[in-house]
Design a protein around this ligand. Structure first.
Ligand SMILES: [Fe+2]
Ligand SMILES: [Fe+2]
Length: 244
């Protein structure tokens, strides 16, 4: 007979491995710690038309997290073009451009998921994503333009963004499955896979193109003028964004 402790650890391990697996690869009844969303017959709390009833804490967590990532994705559609503009290599610029197109699709997919839940698409400010994009701005300010070091910095900042998205979508896929929203889980899973691919692509660019070249670059003393130019441009862009 397994002890309670053993049973718990097996369930925890299973939940961990399922967190990023395809929605088709497991049934929604396998996740742990989320039984409060199920009725006595084991069914999730979604209504007959497939939307959420909105009457459990877990549903609220799910929809609040959707609002958070919806804000984050919309914010990224403005932040990625800035990163692209400041990048040095064509390879990084085209990778960012490709992911910008995907990010626009991620916004549409989230609107689809809100609809599947019977909710109006709504954005709630994501402090984490705002912080990550501010960090990207600082890296750009602190590195010289047209250097591989700047690209290495942009890749690092962009990968932090991707990792935040991977963590969020991984959890959302699992929550959707737990709530019986398997169609929503499928849609969220498509985005999760694209975030992972974007992250891998950035790793490739860093490994094969950017990092090694950046080791050849030396710091320069007379970088102030260039920095000021960048700063002025960024302040202008920020002002424009705030007005919106
Ligand atoms: Fe995204
Ligand atoms: Fe992304």
């Amino acid at each position: 007979m397994p002890t309670t402790k053993n049973r718990t650890s097996v369930r925890t391990r299973r939940a961990r491995t399922e967190n990023t697996s395809s929605p088709r690869s497991s049934s929604s009844s396998k996740s742990s710690g989320q039984k409060q969303t199920r009725s006595s017959n084991g069914k999730a709390t979604k209504s007959e038309n497939g939307s959420l009833n909105g009457n459990s804490q877990l549903e609220k967590l799910f929809t609040d997290s959707l609002k958070d990532i919806y804000w984050a994705e919309k914010h990224l559609t403005k932040a990625l073009p800035k990163m692209k503009k400041k990048a040095t290599t064509d390879e990084l610029r085209s990778a960012i451009e490709e992911h910008l197109a995907q990010t626009e699709e991620h916004v549409s997919r989230l609107e689809q998921v809100f609809e599947m839940c019977g909710k109006k698409a709504q954005a709630k400010k994501c402090d984490a994503m705002e912080g990550l994009t501010k960090e990207a701005d600082s890296i750009i300010e602190e590195t010289e333009s047209n250097t591989m070091t700047r690209d290495a910095g942009i890749i690092m900042a962009a990968q932090k963004v991707e990792h935040y998205e991977i963590a969020t979508y991984g959890s959302l896929v699992q929550l959707a499955k737990t709530l019986g929203m398997n169609d929503a889980a499928e849609v969220l899973y498509q985005t999760l896979e694209e975030e992972k691919q974007a992250d891998e692509k950035l790793t490739e660019i860093a490994e094969w193109n950017v990092n090694q070249a950046a080791t050849q670059e030396e710091g320069e003393e007379d970088e102030e003028e260039d920095d000021n130019e960048d700063e002025e441009e960024d302040n202008k862009e920020e002002g424009e964004e705030e007005e919106k």
